[in-house]
Design a protein around this ligand. Structure first.
Ligand code: GLY
Length: 401
């Protein structure tokens, strides 16, 4: 793994999911004063006429396909990648067919480097040549790259057609599939082209995580830890007690962390759909992460979670040095990141000056001032635009091996 020093991830044990029964609460959950797990009940993203459900499944692809079919009055245009198609495509397409949906599959290459206008253009060619209509439903079946690209295609084809998200990675389940951020990268920066365009449904099949490689699984947990730090001390405490069970795909633990993460995302998006204010808190760790991702080894999406982990370490340390965040909480966050097998220092090949230079072109720079999301306690963050860049440089230097 081309990253800086990190705690040894250790083996992921018990990768089998046992989803045949509704997940039941573990003793640690009960101790956390949270409701016991009660089946796979859906969440609602409340956005007036653009509201939609996030639904959860325990491997029941037939039920998932029936729910997707409700949004497919005509043909479905299923965007996926070769990896997901090989693993799950046949079962998903059979289930769609049984639910009465005629599906056309469009594969895009796997990886962030294909999140481009060229890919969008070739998908639009397929739609136009195939005479798809305004009643087409685009189905994003894959991870974050597939979801962002397919959502953007749906946003612009015939000035907008319906789409549903069927995420297959942790990052896509807890972050990118919910909230309607769609788009592609530009050679000068990530996510610079796109649209806010909400899906009609997010269909989360936790069983798809069974085939996710360990690196991606652990990377996804950076986003889960993020939700605990920004908004939910109970989720953070739950992770402190149950992280290894969740990483081992214990059904109850996994359900709890994915659902709670999605619930926070849904609340934040409902309050601030177009990132005029509150939604910026979802970028905790991401200002640093995007700078880290600008260097070679981290450019691929599969390192996003790892970059976010380092970004959260950096943001917490900036907050500590500004007297805003207690050192005990810095240590708690670090321990959780280490236990998740995520890196805590900058990768080789990036200097503090490189990172700071990159930050200047970040979308989040407002009136020339860099904005940072900084924690004040576990469960609360603030957005600050008065962080001295000299302090940022000092912290980055301390994280360079
Ligand atoms: N991934 C951050 C957001 O959706 O706003």
């Amino acid at each position: 793994m081309p990253v800086g020093r990190s705690a040894s991830p250790g083996p992921v044990r018990n990768r089998r999911l046992r989803f045949s029964q509704p997940a039941s609460a573990s003793p640690a959950m009960a101790a956390n004063d949270k409701p016991a797990v009660a089946g796979f009940s859906p969440l609602r993203v409340e956005l007036g006429p653009r509201s939609y459900d996030v639904k959860f499944y325990d491997g029941d692809v037939a039920a998932l396909a029936r729910d997707v079919a409700a949004f497919c009055p005509e043909r479905a245009f299923v965007v996926t990648n070769p990896t997901i198609r090989a693993l799950h495509g046949a079962a998903f397409l059979d289930a769609l067919a049984s639910a009465g949906v005629e599906a056309v599959v469009a594969e895009m290459e796997d990886g962030e480097r294909y999140k481009t206008l060229a890919t969008v253009s070739s998908l639009l060619d397929r739609l136009i040549e195939g005479r798809f209509t305004r009643r087409t439903c685009v189905v994003a079946f894959g991870g974050g790259v597939v979801g962002d690209v397919a959502g953007f295609v749906a946003a612009i084809f015939l000035r907008g057609v319906d789409y549903v998200q069927v995420p297959t990675t942790v990052v896509a389940m807890v972050d990118s599939s919910v909230g309607g951020k769609t788009g592609v990268d530009h050679p000068l920066g990530k996510n610079l082209i796109g649209a806010f365009y909400q899906p009609r449904l997010v269909a989360v099949n936790l069983a798809y995580l069974r085939t996710l490689d360990e690196h991606n699984l652990r990377g996804g947990f950076a986003e889960v830890i993020k939700y605990g730090v920004i908004r939910d001390p109970a989720l953070f405490e739950f992770l402190e007690s149950n992280l290894e069970s969740a990483l081992a795909l214990d059904a109850a633990a996994l359900w709890r962390v994915v659902r709670d993460s999605c619930a926070i995302k849904a609340q934040v998006v409902a309050a601030d759909e177009r990132e005029g204010g509150l939604r910026a808190i979802l970028n905790y760790g991401h200002t640093f992460a995007h700078a880290i991702e600008s260097v070679g080894a981290y450019r691929e999406r599969q390192f996003h979670g790892q970059a976010v982990a380092i970004g959260m370490i950096a943001a917490a340390e900036v907050a500590r040095r500004m007297g805003m965040f207690h050192e005990n909480d810095v240590a708690r966050q670090r321990r959780l990141i280490e236990r998740a097998g995520l890196p805590t220092v900058m990768p080789a090949g990036i200097t503090p000056d490189d990172a700071i230079e990159h930050m200047k072109s970040d979308k989040k720079v407002v009136a020339g001032r860099q904005r940072f999301v900084l924690p004040t306690r576990i469960g609360e963050v603030v957005v600050r635009d008065d962080v001295p860049m000299s302090l940022v440089r000092e912290v980055l230097s301390s994280l360079c091996p």
